[in-house]
Design a protein around this ligand. Structure first.
Ligand code: HEM
Length: 216
């Protein structure tokens, strides 16, 4: 109980700033929701090339350009940029307690920051290799283009790391979010929430990896 309360107090102490609250909220809405949606649509690759290509064509050919751009900038690019930039500031100012306390919560705190930094690199490479290079150079991002892209085992390893970092970061982030916003207050509620978040992590990781292996 004492640990749960101390953890909650330390999270809330960092919370007074409106920008910090906005960072926390943006991790779930819209960035977290987008991640779940993105992994789900990618997993259509499991049903075959036709289904995956239908998703790609819906966004690139059927959806009106101006709506696509408003959704991309408003719900994806600007919120992720904000979350990432403010996340880097939090990371730069944070203290690592692992050596001092060794509690698994401190390890989770550290891994939240490590996966955040991996995601900065991963998201930049991923968006450059798909959306940006498709629009600038006409790179093929249909099913056969993805199959060719994932022939390189280093690319697959990089994606496995990036997807797992994202699913860990979101699952552990939901656990933190619930404490920060007063949803889980006592030790038992936080432990129950940890179990739910562990299940979310396994399910989301399976969803993300399944899409990747559909191209192999
Ligand atoms: C797939 C993209 C991402 C998703 C879905 C995501 C989601 C989340 C969520 C839900 C939280 C918990 C909010 C809270 O503590 O109340 C969080 C926290 C955090 N995120 Fe992200 N995030 C993403 C990318 C990033 C990136 C690129 C960084 C860059 C470093 C980052 C840095 C952080 C940090 C440092 C925290 C902890 C904040 C704290 O403890 O006060 N995140 N994220």
């Amino acid at each position: 109980m004492a640990i749960a309360t101390a953890h909650r107090k330390s999270l809330i102490a960092a919370d007074n700033h409106i920008l910090h609250r906005l960072h926390s909220f943006s991790g779930i809405v819209p960035v977290g929701i987008f991640l779940v949606q993105h992994l789900t649509l990618n997993s259509f690759a499991l049903a075959g090339a036709e289904h995956f290509n239908a998703v790609i064509d819906f966004f690139n050919k059927q959806m009106p350009r101006h709506i696509l751009h408003v959704l991309e900038w408003g719900l994806i690019f600007i919120p992720i940029l904000y979350h990432a930039l403010y996340g880097l500031i939090i990371t730069a100012h944070g203290q690592v307690n692992v050596g001092r306390y060794g509690y698994w919560r401190n390890w989770m705190y550290l891994w939240q920051r490590i996966t955040g930094m991996i995601l900065v690199v991963y998201i930049a490479v991923h968006v450059w290799g798909t959306t940006i290079s498709h629009r600038l150079f006409g790179t093929n991002i249909h099913y056969d283009g993805m199959v060719a892209y994932f022939q390189n085992p280093w690319v697959v390893a990089f994606y496995l790391l990036g997807i797992t970092s994202a699913t860990f970061h979101l699952s552990n982030g939901i656990w933190n979010f619930c404490i920060r916003w007063g949803i889980t207050i006592g030790e038992r509620a936080q432990q129950a929430c940890a179990k739910v978040c562990a299940v979310i992590f396994v399910l989301l990781t399976a969803l993300g990896w399944s899409a990747l292996f559909a191209f192999r």
